[in-house]
Design a protein around this ligand. Structure first.
Ligand code: NAP
Length: 243
């Protein structure tokens, strides 16, 4: 796989899984635009760590949940064509339904699901004109299992799959593919609050008896983003150790 002359956007690309996805694309020759929502220290660290690729890195900061911020972002792109969009930005705000503040329900849906919609909507306009594109949305096994305390997160992640499947059918004839990657437990900031006892319990439930790595997710994203994956659309690729 190689991505020379390709322009790639990775939302939430400065930390965790998104950072590994962005780094992988840089290693494979792409020009990569990573976005984040406010953690400037992590963004600066990303730039410092990838100094050797500095001519092919761009960074932007906005909230994917804000539709007009997403539209504005697409008007100031540093490149004309967008070959690949990875909707990776996401948050968790866990609580049982009975105790979940309405704002936490709404915020998780707004960022994880509406954010994906906002970015897809702007990207497909460009990709349709180009008659080429790859969209990869990062969902979660929670979308079909459901985990206690994650109704908002599970609903947002299931919604991403429905959105992706519908969109894939709308744009297939323009050589645009839309797929999801569904990572299992991956050791990032997002799940760093899980108590050690729960982590051990989860690992016992995973057939491979371990959490995955950010690079194991990034490799699968790169495949779906490649020209070689031209006949794959509307799917969910599970990267979950057999969960
Ligand atoms: P992470 O380490 O917490 O990183 C999240 C990234 O998303 C950060 O770059 C963050 O920007 C950005 N972000 C958060 N809210 C945003 C917003 N409103 N607008 C724009 N960017 C925003 O998370 P992660 O573990 O890498 O997770 C990445 C994706 O994988 C998420 O969609 C998550 O649901 C999914 N996932 C993760 C796991 C796992 O076990 N880790 C499993 C399944 C699925 P700042 O740095 O500015 O905050």
């Amino acid at each position: 796989m190689q991505f020379n002359d390709q322009n790639i956007i990775v939302t939430g690309g400065t930390r965790g899984i998104g950072k590994a996805i962005a780094k992988n694309f840089l290693e494979l020759g792409a020009t990569v635009l990573v976005t984040y929502s406010g953690n400037k220290a992590a963004a600066l660290e990303f730039i410092a760590e990838n100094d050797e690729y500095k001519d092919r890195i761009f960074i932007d900061c906005f909230n994917v949940a804000d539709a007009s911020a997403c539209e504005d972002f697409f008007t100031r792109l540093p490149f004309e064509k967008v070959h690949v969009l990875v909707n990776n930005a996401g948050i968790r705000k866990d609580n049982i339904v009975a105790m979940m503040p309405n704002e936490d329900w709404q915020q998780v849906l707004d960022i994880n699901l509406t954010g994906t919609f906002n970015m897809c909507k702007a990207a497909v306009m460009k990709m349709s004109r180009q008659r080429y594109g790859r969209i990869i949305n990062i969902t979660s096994p929670c979308s079909h299992f459901g985990f206690a305390g994650q109704a908002n997160y599970a609903a947002s992640k299931a919604g991403q799959i429905g959105l992706s499947r519908s969109l894939s059918k709308e744009v297939a004839k323009r050589k645009i593919t839309v797929n999801c990657v569904s990572p299992g437990f991956i050791g990032t900031d997002l799940i760093s609050d899980l108590p050690e006892k729960l982590v051990d319990e989860y690992k016992q439930q995973i057939p491979m008896k371990r959490f995955g790595t950010v690079n194991e997710v990034a490799n699968c994203v790169s495949f779906l983003a490649s020209e070689q994956a031209s006949y794959v659309t509307g799917t969910v690729l599970e990267v979950s150790g057999g969960l």
